[in-house]
Design a protein around this ligand. Structure first.
Ligand SMILES: Nc1ncnc2c1ncn2[C@@H]1O[C@H](COS(=O)(=O)NC(=O)[C@@H](N)CS)[C@@H](O)[C@H]1O
Ligand SMILES: [Zn+2]
Length: 492
């Protein structure tokens, strides 16, 4: 994967040969992803610190649109956005034992200010529980202060020892949306976890991404949490990418940070909490699930450029063609559609290649013949479908295809995801199936059997699907009857 040329010694590797890399076929997914991040102008991997990458403006345009969808969904479901400090004092960070165990190998520390050593070392937030919860202790006094439903979209830092790669595993997570909620009871917090999963599913539906929803096995839950529900995308190579998680924290952190509220009978009661997060892995999934051999394929809601108008110019009638194109561009802009014209002297084929690589949703071609017939040629990026449409209703024709495209991309991705789910009855079958996709296998849910399964298979249990069809099977380890199946998959 990304041979990220930024290195520990801190020097930027000279730009590769100026010639743009050629995009490999998507069947070679690892190289395809690596190349599209570069030539699709998503992120520049040459920053001289391992695991830190630079957003190109085009890639940032995609991130901006995806995160405005995230904000809309959260702001319209009772959440408020806020901002907590980046630096966390060691004494606060080191309070919750489970949480520390889970993060102590990943935390970056600031130990100096200028030339003088700090009296208290400061952690760069890997996630913000230990920054936020000391403040929640000050804010939560009575039942009337609950629920609290806050989120922030910040950068967080994790000293990842596994292979770092842009958008998928960064040491500076640049787009970490983390929500932290406080509730009066365990059940209310459970309802919040369920809402978070529903909202995440809605967000991903809006960017045409289907997800697998499962509860992580107990030994793989969030450090300091009661349980974790995760959303996974099935990537084109059949491996899964965790693109969202919601954690029920019970009273674990409330105990540590003394977050209590006075109930109706004047008693001090420990609060129950949840937290849930999405990162730029959402963009990784968007690029990976919809892209093809020609490059990016972007759902219209996330596309920085939705339409490109290409005038087909000959000596004869060039003026009329340019005039018609400008009229089309103006009317599309007025309708709020993100449109560009390409009147460059590139050959048509080179133009098509350029805009297809960038995932522009629709191409409009207008030549002298089209003027005569008062039509334009419309070409969809996802299907390649070419149609003649009347010029005088170009806005309607474009809008119809843009809204169809978002749904069609989702349907196509959902079909591919379902084909990756491979039901198994034996561990042998699981071993072969996870080379291609996501295996399901009955499991009695006992930790002993689960761990034995992972050993046997040489891969991790992904999680217990929250939606089960309840058909009984037998646990392949203990032979007991069980109504539960579990996902097993190779993961990013
Ligand atoms: N190194 C990383 N690079 C990119 N995304 C990451 C990285 N580590 C985690 N993520 C993403 O961030 C999400 C939330 O991270 S987490 O550890 O699961 N959960 C938390 O940190 C909780 N505080 C909820 S915000 C994960 O589901 C995953 O999609
Ligand atoms: Zn068992």
């Amino acid at each position: 994967m990304a041979n990220n040329s930024g290195n520990e010694k801190g020097n930027v590797k000279q730009a590769e040969t100026e010639k743009e890399a050629v995009l490999p076929p998507k069947s070679n997914f690892s190289e395809w992803f690596n190349t599209i991040i570069d030539i699709g102008k998503i992120m520049d991997v040459r920053y001289p610190v391992k695991g830190l990458y630079v957003w190109y403006p085009f890639g940032f345009g995609i991130r901006k649109r995806v995160y405005s969808i995230i904000r809309d969904v959260l702001d319209n479901s009772g959440h408020e956005e806020t901002l907590f400090p980046l630096l966390i004092p060691e004494n606060e960070f080191m309070k919750e034992a489970e949480h520390i165990k889970g993060f102590e190998n990943e935390v970056y520390w600031v130990t100096r200010g200028g030339m003088s050593p700090l009296d208290v070392n400061l952690a760069l937030r890997p996630t913000s529980e230990t920054a936020i919860y000391p403040m929640y202790k000050l804010w939560v006094r009575s039942h009337a202060d609950l629920p609290i439903k806050l989120y922030q979209i910040v950068n967080t830092f994790r000293y990842e020892t596994k292979h770092t790669r842009p958008l998928i595993r960064l040491r500076e997570i640049t787009s970490f949306k983390e929500a932290h909620t406080v509730h009066a009871t365990w059940d209310e917090a459970k309802a919040q976890v369920d809402e978070a999963v529903m909202l995440y599913t809605e967000i991903y539906r809006k960017i045409s991404i289907p997800v697998l929803i499962s509860q992580r096995p107990d030994w793989d839950k969030f450090p300091g949490g009661d349980y974790t529900i995760a959303l996974d995308a099935v990537m084109p190579d059949g491996k899964t990418l965790q693109i969202g998680t919601a954690h029920h924290l019970g009273t674990n952190f409330a105990k540590t940070y003394d977050i209590t509220y006075e109930n109706e009978n004047g008693e001090q009661v420990l609060a129950n909490q949840t937290c849930y997060g999405i990162s730029e892995r959402s963009i990784a999934a968007l690029i990976s699930l919809h892209g093809d051999d020609k490059g990016l394929v972007l759902p219209p809601v996330a596309a920085p450029i939705q339409v490109v108008v290409i005038p087909v110019l000959f000596k004869q009638g060039a003026e009329e063609v340019m005039a018609a194109c400008n009229t089309v561009v103006d009317s599309l802009k007025k309708a709020g559609i993100r449109v560009e014209t390409d009147a460059s002297d590139l050959r048509p084929g080179a133009k098509y290649y350029k805009w297809e690589l960038k995932g522009v949703c629709l191409r409009i071609e207008i030549g002298p013949k089209d003027i005569e017939k008062k039509q334009a040629v419309l070409v969809r990026r996802d299907t390649g479908q070419k149609e003649f449409v009347p010029l005088d209703n170009i806005v309607g024709e474009v809008n119809a295809r843009l809204s169809a495209m978002g749904n069609d991309l989702y349907a196509a991705a959902e079909k591919r995801q379902n084909e990756f789910i491979l039901p198994c009855k034996t561990l042998e079958e699981v071993k072969t199936s996870i080379q291609k996709g996501v295996a399901t296998i009955p499991w009695c849910e006992s930790e002993v059997c689960g761990k034995r399964m992972e050993e046997e298979i040489g891969a991790k249990i992904l999680g217990i699907p929250t939606k089960q069809d309840g058909v009984a099977g037998t646990c392949p380890v203990c032979g007991n009857n069980t109504p539960k199946i579990v996902y097993v998959a190779k993961t990013y």
